[in-house]
Design a protein around this ligand. Structure first.
Ligand code: NOJ
Length: 541
């Protein structure tokens, strides 16, 4: 059962991201669903996580994997029913696992009834004011400004008015099927409050808030010719007019009041690709509880860079009294078991095709386990992405014809996108779809040797990645920890102590001596007599 007296549970929580399409399929249609998640919650319980975050399962045409929501207050029939959702929450809570759902407030799907109403209404109408409709430049012929969509191409699409004439343009920072809401509009704010209350009434423990740093745009929508990728920084001291505008904080404070009016502790986690100092402003008292640490995720396997990011993240969050979070993988980036298998720079969201250079899988997994052991020893909260506990690699050989990420089309087939980290999970060695579905056909294909990464193949097997994650999480929970202090170390090591526990990550290929007479509590890989091999992390005392 949930311990409801633990009001600050989110400060140290390990939160597991479920991507519903790919976790477990209960009805044999080749796509995962809520009942499928519920039936496998025992896996998360034996893994030892504190909470689960569900990526969107709301009614959606799935043009951007459900981050294009057509109805914020229901379940897409493909994923089940509201009853299935209630069953999931009750079962998770019974197992002591909290449930966080995804809130997508920057944009909706163009299928959303309010956007359809806006399209059918006249320019200047109240219906259009809920979005960003503008007259184009050059007599209406060209977009109102020069902003680019994050998925490629212009961030504006022109509509056809009721009389058949070419008309206004609407803003979409992502796909054209994802119109941005106008958060200066009070009806939009009121509608989202209803959405928050709808899920809070159904006992969710919080929300992960999608692209929350883009919700407010600079007044007048000034031109901005630069395209941002990854963590956003000011250019010549100016923040891009679509990111991290001051107005977002007032919205977060309003939401905090709504959440705090409910029993228990309901939390908010910000998805904002910002530098630690800017992210920390979102988790000031009275705003959100946590924010993803994407600056950490972006670091290559490089000790000085990782150490610097740990230091700046901790000091930025300490200054506002918020916990730092850590994350290595999610549904938007190449899985860390694969990206660390390259010694060259990796574009996190660009994907890999069968013809491209392939990662060194063994090296990638070894480093990934070392990175995970390091992350789980850091103070704060950690996010895991489904499949990383199995050491699952990125699917780097998907046929281009099956790709679903809108980036693939919008980039004119130049950028493959994020499907490689989204393929379904293998549960068994063989069987149709490795136990994910009773159907042999799944929404993204499951390739050849996936069974060797399955839960069945690793359960109870000493040294398997699954058993390593279970051991790390159990130990993390049982150790007293304490404040982090850095130990003197050569550049290639990350070496710190927390209370009686010392953590050493060897971020190089050369073995190092282990501290004399230490007791090894956890090792990310095999140790060779008294030494800490390269690309290995230990917790010792
Ligand atoms: C961030 C989500 O994680 C990503 O999957 C999505 O494409 C964009 N936001 C747009 O909603």
């Amino acid at each position: 059962m949930i311990n409801s007296t633990d009001t600050e549970w989110w400060r140290t929580a390990v939160i597991y991201q479920v991507y519903p399409r790919s976790f477990n399929d209960s009805d044999g249609d080749g796509t995962g669903d809520l009942a499928g998640i519920t039936s496998r919650l025992d896996h998360l319980s034996s893994l030892g996580v504190d909470a689960v975050w569900l990526s969107p399962f709301y009614p959606s045409p799935q043009r951007d994997g459900g981050y294009d929501v057509a109805n914020y207050r229901d379940v897409d029939p493909e994923f089940g029913t509201l009853n299935d959702f209630d069953g999931l929450v009750a079962t998770a809570h019974g197992l002591g696992i909290r449930v966080i759902v995804d809130l997508v407030p920057n944009h909706c799907s163009s299928d959303h009834p309010l956007f359809q109403e806006a399209l059918a209404s006249a320019p200047g109408s109240a219906a259009r004011a809920k979005f960003h409709f503008r007259v184009g430049q050059a007599g209406g012929e060209t977009p109102p400004n020069d902003w680019q969509s994050m998925f490629g191409g212009p961030a504006w699409t022109r509509v056809v008015e009721a009389d058949g004439s070419p008309g206004e343009w609407y803003l979409h920072l992502f796909d054209r099927s994802q119109p941005d809401w106008n958060w200066d509009n009070s009806a939009v704010r009121a509608d989202f409050e209803l959405t928050l209350r709808f899920w809070l009434d159904r006992h969710v423990d919080g929300f992960r808030v999608d692209v929350c740093d883009a919700m407010v745009k600079a007044e007048g929508l000034p031109n901005w010719p630069h395209l941002t990728k990854g963590v956003v920084s000011p250019i010549d001291g100016v923040m891009p007019p679509m990111w991290d505008q001051e107005g977002i904080h007032e919205i977060f404070r309003e939401w905090r009041e709504v959440l705090d009016s409910y029993s228990g502790t309901r939390m908010l986690c910000a998805e904002a690709w910002l530098q630690p100092e800017r992210t920390a402003r979102i988790v000031r008292p009275g705003e959100m509880n946590q924010a993803f640490n994407f600056a950490y995720l972006e670091q290559a396997w490089d000790a000085p860079a990782i150490r610097r990011t740990i230091e700046t993240s901790l000091s930025a969050n300490d200054a506002v009294g918020a916990p730092t979070t850590w994350v290595l993988s999610n549904h938007d980036v190449m899985r860390h078991a694969s990206r660390y298998g390259y010694d060259t720079h990796v574009e996190l969201e660009s994907g890999v095709g069968a013809e491209d250079p392939q990662p060194d899988r063994a090296l990638g997994l070894r480093r990934a386990r070392a990175a995970t052991a390091l992350m789980l020893a850091l103070p704060g909260s950690a996010y895991l992405y489904q499949g990383e506990e199995l050491g699952m690699p990125e699917a780097t050989d998907l046929p281009d014809g099956v790709r679903q990420d809108p980036v693939w089309e919008r980039s004119g087939h130049l950028i493959r996108g994020r499907d490689g980290c989204r393929i379904p999970l293998p549960w068994t060695n063989e069987a149709a779809s490795f136990g994910f579905s009773t159907s042999a056909t799944t929404w993204l294909p499951m390739a050849g040797d996936l069974g060797s990464f399955s839960v069945e193949a690793q359960d109870g097997v000493a040294g398997s990645t699954l058993e390593f994650y279970r051991a790390a999480l159990a130990l993390r929970r049982s150790l007293g920890w304490g404040q982090l202090t850095w130990n003197e170390s050569p550049d290639e090591l990350i070496d710190f102590s927390r209370g009686g526990v010392r953590v050493i990550a060897n971020v190089s290929s050369v073995a190092r001596a282990l501290p004399q007479g230490c007791e090894v509590l956890l090792a990310s890989g095999p140790l060779e007599g008294g030494t800490l091999p390269g690309d290995t992390t230990v917790w010792v005392r």
